[in-house]
Design a protein around this ligand. Sequence first.
Ligand code: FMN
Length: 245
Amino acid sequence: MNVLILNGSPRKKGSTSAALSKKLKRRLIGCSVEICQIISAPEQEMLEKLKTADAVVFVQPLYVDGMPSHVIDFLKKAEAFCKENGCKPKVYAVSNNGFIEGKQNAVHLEQFRCWCERAGAEWAGGIGVGGGEMLRVISWIYPCLILVNFIASLFYLMKGAELNLQLFSQTLQNIGVYAFFCWHFWLTFGALSHNIRKNRKAKKNRFTRVFVPAFLFIIFADIFMVISSLLKGRFVFALLGKCKK
Ligand SMILES: Cc1cc2nc3c(=O)[nH]c(=O)nc-3n(C[C@H](O)[C@H](O)[C@H](O)COP(=O)(O)O)c2cc1C
């Protein structure tokens, strides 16, 4: 089965949609999967791939409660192309957003369903993922922490420490915290991957999120925004600077 994953994030590096696309590809065992980023892949080549795709998965960020503008542009062309060439792939969508509620992506998923109706493609369901940025950060921080803890435990073991659960307590604790944050996302994402592998339609759209209470999420999100703004050089001085061009 041919699966085309279309990443709709305009970010060249470090996007949640890119990370989700890779995660999805890893889960689609037995399928031939290709990932294209809409903003950077040659447009005509991407459209041609629609002819041979059994399933197309749009993995996208939510922008102002809807589609990023370059995706709208692509969808218009894809609609005409599908009609001309009689392409009728099954279409799935994964929409991630910055706020914590996955349900905020409901309208975005609905936009894909409407597009399928116009293009003659078959809408097969989607998922809305809340706390996309947080999920991306957690999904690399925790595996790294777990690996470091595990290596440290092995190191102590080689130095003569007694082999017992206590030795691996830090590793187990971090596995537990990671699983707590992500369990609902893993299940929802797993269900979507399963449907794609089986070439099945989902009964309903599903919504998921990082499992953090909203009041805690706001604290994490604020810290994250401050650090990322500082690292990307957006100090107040930069904002007050002269125009470089
Ligand atoms: C222009 C713009 C508009 C956005 N609008 C929303 C929004 O309406 N609701 C929301 O929850 N997040 C919004 N976000 C946040 C993104 O959806 C979020 O950061 C997402 O994880 C980015 O995904 P990506 O890394 O795949 O591009 C917006 C971000 C940008 C840059």
